[in-house]
Design a protein around this ligand. Structure first.
Ligand SMILES: [Mg+2]
Length: 265
């Protein structure tokens, strides 16, 4: 798909739009231009922070957005639960933001005797909670994971992410998740495309990670745009099972390419 025909631009956030609290080069300029031409959405696998908080952070960085422009792996998981197990008693293993998002999204959140477990990312892990979680899963309670990223880069190293929790649970219980919802998996694809109101073939996914962002675009039949400000290098992209449709040094350079193509039509 040519960039000038794209109707919805989906952007990853960490490593694509910003690094920690700093916007990447000319991110605002690019996003302002695209917002004036069509739909811009922000897709993140980070389920530990609510959509409202992402909107607040974007606003702090002078990028106006509404909660409907943000789609996280938590949103995908909530949509998945509502579509497949509406009304089930759900125990949420994640941050207080995830618990609140689930409640606000109409999930029947419970503390005891769950029929389903929603597994997210959690930093205040407690061994007893983890043991209780594994016991419930081993005893037959199915679980749905928000996302499966193995780690999250932070200043000075990495922290284990939800994918590492899944490995731990699977090793302890022998049970796989019923579904993983974030990029590159089907619940996020279906949910984000529905939320943007067009077909996947008219969408482009702009991101920094091959196994999530680019894989998401490739599986969904979207235009794939890799930026080199985060996880993947150009060499990684060349070695990947399929090269992304476009590779740019950063979001600003991507914006230049869209602008120059759009001027020609
Ligand atoms: Mg990223």
């Amino acid at each position: 798909m040519n960039l000038e025909c794209v109707q919805c631009f989906m952007f990853d956030l960490d490593g694509t739009v910003w690094l920690s609290d700093t916007l990447l080069p000319r991110a605002k300029e690019t996003l302002d231009f695209l917002r004036a031409r069509g739909k811009v959405m922000y897709l993140t696998n980070n389920a530990s922070v609510s959509r409202e908080k992402y909107v607040e952070k974007l606003a702090r960085l002078s990028i106006p957005a509404s909660v409907y422009d943000v789609y996280t792996s938590a949103t995908a998981a909530i949509d998945y639960i509502n579509a497949n197990m509406k009304g089930a008693r759900v125990y949420v293993f994640g941050t207080t933001d995830l618990v609140q998002e689930a409640r606000d999204g109409g999930v029947n959140v419970c503390e005891k005797e769950p029929e389903l477990i929603l597994l997210g990312f959690k930093t205040d892990l407690n061994f007893n909670d983890l043991s209780a979680l594994c016991t419930a899963i081993r005893n037959g309670v199915p679980y749905v994971a928000t996302h499966a990223d193995p780690f999250c880069p932070v200043e000075g190293g990495i922290i284990p992410d939800a994918g590492a929790f899944i490995s731990l649970i699977q090793t302890a219980t022998g049970k796989k998740p019923l579904a993983v919802c974030g990029k590159p998996y089907e619940p996020m694809l279906a949910g984000a495309v529905k939320a943007c109101g067009t077909e996947a073939k008219y969408c482009a996914m702009v991101g920094d990670r091959l196994s999530t962002d680019m894989e998401f675009a490739m599986r969904g039949g979207m235009t794939s745009v890799l930026v080199l400000t985060g996880d993947a290098t150009k060499a990684d992209a060349e070695k990947y099972r399929r090269a992304p449709d476009y590779v740019f040094n950063d979001i600003g350079e991507f914006g230049d390419a869209v602008k120059s193509r759009c001027r020609k039509i």
